[in-house]
Structures are given as structure tokens and as C-alpha cells.
Design a protein around this ligand. Sequence first.
Ligand SMILES: [Zn+2]
Length: 178
Amino acid sequence: MPHEIASVLTCKLCNEKIAGPGLIVGPGQASGRVAQFMEKLTAHLGARHPKELGALHQKALEFFGLNCVMQYVTQDDRVKYQREFLRWSIHQVTLDARYSNEQLDDAAASHAEACTLAVVNGLAPALGIPEERLTRAMENVRPQIAALFLEPIKIMREKLQEPEPPPMPAGVSVVKVG
Ligand SMILES: [Zn+2]
């Protein structure tokens, strides 16, 4: 069963606080009161931020259009590209996790440090080598270990964040409408 929690939402654009009966949590139909709250939120945007509300309507139409187009199969490169471009642009709006190069470098460096420590702790007693000696030896290869960690996480970031729009296939031109 869905349940409701009490909510106060603050408008990001003007800081006005809007209280409502609650937002729905869990699957199920929104109750009438939740629908009324949504209307209140929409009405505020319409009255105070009509330009932004217009852009939201445009985004909603794009998402609807994408879902419609995804119900069909096509061999037409222009439609495929348009579908892919829509998917990409919606993804850019909803994406919540973005990582900078510095964050990835830090993550790789700390993984390399933990890896070095684990190798020293595991191998020094097993091989009967003094820990300091093995630590020094491992320090020499730590940058290479960090680079090995960095490569796959960079590839994953590009794959997940998709910083660049999809490439336009050869022979497809875009006609700007409106
Ligand atoms: Zn506002």
C-alpha cells in the first residue's frame, strides 16, 4: 500500500515555501489530495515562472515523444539519430552523479594505496620479506597501479555520463523547426 508523508517544498527559483498534504511514497495511484498538491506546485510555476514552466512542458513532450518512438522499429538513420539524441538530452537532465577528473584521480589513488597495503600485509609474512622492504618496492609501482584503476573507471564514467551528444550519422542533416 502506498503511504503519504507530509511535505514542505521550497521553490528553487524564488524560495517560496509550498506546503502540501504529502508526496506519495511507493507504488500506487496518487490520491486526490496528492493530485491537488501537484496542481498547487504547477500553479505556482505557471503564475510566477511561466517561462520555466513552458520549458518543463517542452521536456515532458520530448519524453512522451521518445517513449512513443521507442514503441517502433525503424531502419531510418534519421529517426534512429533523433531517438538517440532525445534519449541523450533527457539523460543529461535526469543524471544526478557527475564525477570530475580530480575525483577519479583521487579514487584511483586511494584504491592504489589500499591495494599496496593489502599486498604488503598479505605477502610480507608469507614470503618472509620485511614489511618495509616490500612497502618500498610496492611504492615504486603504485603510480602504475593507480593508472590501472583509473582507466576502467574513466571508461565507465564516459559510458554513464555520456558527456558528448551522439554522433550524427553521415548523410543526416538536422532541420531546425520553430
Ligand atoms: Zn517560485
